[in-house]
Design a binder for this molecule. Structure first.
Ligand SMILES: [Zn+2]
Length: 416
């Protein structure tokens, strides 16, 4: 047993499984939850990302050891990290275990990551949270192979605790567990509890991505339905713990928050915007114009599945209050020519146009998070997320969660 100063998590409001709260870090900084951490981009310059984050009001970002150690040869992300932290943004450093796994699958390069390497990168940077070097489960691995991976993650956690300087290290450690079912998760959580001598007050959950994305071997993980089961299991097993879900962004994030997840990452923001995608609340990816690939673009009469109701996506986009959009809708009014001008401005292959899309999308993520917090405070989270997912392919998953919440009679307000 190694006694460490864990992240302190205090729940401030709860509504069914969802909660708002505050985490207090080792460096005494406090962050309100739920949190969305924006991943740094490999493709964009320091200036571009800095300006985008500042304009959109981003408050939390993440980097990862694998990138900083092996891809960021010129120290570009390093520069950006210092700049953002000096402006008061909160920083989480992931271990790069996921990137390492991808590297093994593609067999492209062979870089090494050890708990020592991860620790040395994390301690060298100004950051609030350092994530342990975890080993994601394989989708085609048998139970024995995955058990070994779970044990390896625990072993890495123990190694990090031995390296960690309780006196001088200022970042908080985030342990991580993996599992494709409740039994595997409980096995890992019990080990973490034994190491800490108490329940973890903050914990990451990994290996969720193959459940929610159609990748090779996804079927073996139980898919999206199992994703819900796992999150609810975790929430009920550790009702007072701050839980971060790795790799869950976009529309899936609404479901994660409904299952009581306190923190997520958004890594896809830059790729989406550079491809020309803009986002709207509860609407999945949309292009500005009809494209040759035939993917959905903004229209004024999108039919809501299973009903005769229509959604006017153009109206939604024109009424956006983000710093980029607001000038196309002076005093809340806009005409057809404003829409045409805005569409053209947003749909160019220029840096300026890309910045417009990026700021709009990033601002929207922040704004949605604020609305989620408010809905939890007002105890109407089920209704809020139901409205967001009314036209989504995830609506059935939403209904499944509601059913589960009802049948379990879950009420975590007793822990306040
Ligand atoms: Zn906007």
């Amino acid at each position: 047993m190694i006694k460490i100063e864990q992240i302190v998590y205090k729940i401030t409001h709860s509504d069914n499984l969802s909660r708002t709260g505050v985490i207090t870090l080792k460096n005494k900084k406090k962050i309100k939850t739920p949190i969305n951490w924006m991943g740094l981009s490999i493709a964009e310059s320091v200036e571009f990302q800095y300006n985008a984050f500042k304009m959109a009001g981003v408050t939390n970002f993440l980097s990862n050891v694998y990138d900083l150690k092996y891809q960021d040869k010129k120290g570009i992300r390093n520069q950006l990290i210092y700049k953002l932290v000096s402006e008061g943004l909160f920083h989480k450093v992931d271990s790069g275990g996921f990137q390492l796994m991808k590297q093994e699958i593609t067999g492209k390069k062979n870089y090494e990551l050890t708990p020592e390497i991860a620790y040395n990168v994390q301690k060298s940077l100004p950051c609030e949270i350092g994530v342990i070097l975890d080993v994601p489960l394989g989708t085609n691995n048998n139970q024995r192979m995955n058990s070994k991976k779970i044990d390896k993650t625990i072993e890495n956690f123990q190694k990090l605790l031995k390296l960690y300087d309780q006196e001088n290290d200022t970042f908080s450690i985030l342990p991580v567990v993996h599992g494709h079912n409740g039994k595997m998760l409980d096995y890992a959580i019990n080990k973490v509890e034994n190491i800490l001598g108490e329940p973890p007050t903050a914990l990451g959950i990994g290996s969720l991505v193959p459940m929610v994305k159609p990748i090779k071997g996804s079927g073996n993980t139980g898919g999206k339905s199992n994703f819900i089961n796992i999150l609810i299991h975790l929430r009920e097993r550790l009702p007072k713990t701050f839980i971060h879900a790795f790799g869950i962004g976009g529309t899936m994030a609404y479901l994660a928050f409904l299952c009581g997840i306190d923190s997520i990452d958004s890594n896809g923001w830059i790729l989406k915007a550079s491809r020309g995608v803009i986002q709207l609340p509860g609407v999945s990816d949309r292009f500005l114009n009809k494209k040759s690939h035939g993917r959905p673009y903004l229209i004024e009469n999108r039919k809501i599945r299973g009903t005769k109701k229509l959604i006017d996506e153009i109206h939604m986009f024109m009424n956006c209050k983000c710093p980029t959009c607001v000038k196309y809708c002076e005093n809340g009014n806009w005409a057809e020519k404003d829409w045409t001008r805005k569409r053209d401005d947003f749909d160019q292959y220029t840096e300026d146009s890309r910045m417009k899309r990026v700021v709009h999308n990033l601002w929207l993520y922040q704004n949605e998070l604020n609305l989620i917090k408010q809905a939890i405070k007002d105890r109407r989270i089920i209704d809020f997320i139901g409205k967001r997912l009314q036209n989504s392919i995830y609506k059935s998953l939403y209904l499944k969660i509601i059913k589960k919440i009802d049948s379990n009679q879950t009420d975590i307000s007793v822990f306040l």
